[in-house]
Write a protein that binds this ligand. Sequence first.
Ligand code: HMG
Ligand code: MG
Length: 290
Amino acid sequence: MAEFVTVYEVGPRDGLQNEKEIIPVEDKIALVDRLSEAGFRKIEVTSFVSPKWVPQLADAAEVLAGISRRSGVVYSALTPNLKGLEAALAAKVDEVAIFASASETFSRRNINCSIAESFERFAPVMEAAKTAGVPVRGYVSCVVACPYEGPVAPEAVRLVAERLIMLGCHEISLGDTIGAGVPETISAMLDEVLRSVPVVKLAGHFHDTGNRALANVEIALDYGLRTFDSAVGGLGGCPYAPGAKGNVATGPLVELLEGRGFETGIDAEKLKRAEAFIKGRVGRLSGRNA
Ligand code: HMG
Ligand code: MG
């Protein structure tokens, strides 16, 4: 039997958080429903963050209330603090994610606190999630480079990943936030992180600014990673990482994985229809051609 690779669809969150125009709630719901139908087992739907910081996702609760949940699909959301977690639990998410950074400046720009302070905020989030029986994923941003500080040392990434594991995260998603990674730098970073975190707990989250995201997925596959985050149509970026492009696009990622003999459980035709749908919507709002 073919080995399974989990494609964690983050387009509704990481993609749409960075679109200039705010996508109507019914379009977000329709996108998530199409992704559920296409066979994704994990969908990051939205974020419970400050609407002043990310107005694009201010409708998080409405989106989660409107989607048709398919059994077996994990619907998740980002929760930077206890306020976000409480709202996410009320909206009945299946998983939450806390997001830390390996770069001090990015931490301050993204969540308005130092790395050390971010862990003080995450501790009660973790405790409350545990009490509620909701698993917590941990992100590390800037695993290769920071938009403000430049190259980031692999050791800094390992230390943050290690702390997230110690806090109780079941999975660490390694974010190449600005898509600066190439197979050599991804390798150096993985060599270091794997000293502390077992490969089964790692996921790759590669933005495609440098058009190397697929090459980075390939090298990470060679290291044994079996979970990759991607965005339908390659939507998005990060509002606090100027110039960052979207995540690796889901369609080419699925093609690569299936071409290498892995199973993903994703229906390519349904995925294409979901992509055409959201690109049409984003294009219509921005005046761009889809
Ligand atoms: P802050 O201003 O320091 O927070 O922001 P605060 O606690 O001082 O509160 C200020 C105001 O925000 C208050 O409202 C709070 O109620 C409200 P006011 O009294 O002024 O009206 N507030 C909230 N509202 C709703 N939900 C909440 C919440 N928390 C506070 N959860 C904070 C700190 C973390 C909230 C802010 O910096 C923030 O929301 N940042 C989010 C930034 C973000 O979402 N970035 C993108 C996601 S990360 C990413 O894309 C990277 C990733 O993809 C991996 C990679 O690629 O590297 C994951
Ligand atoms: Mg990202």
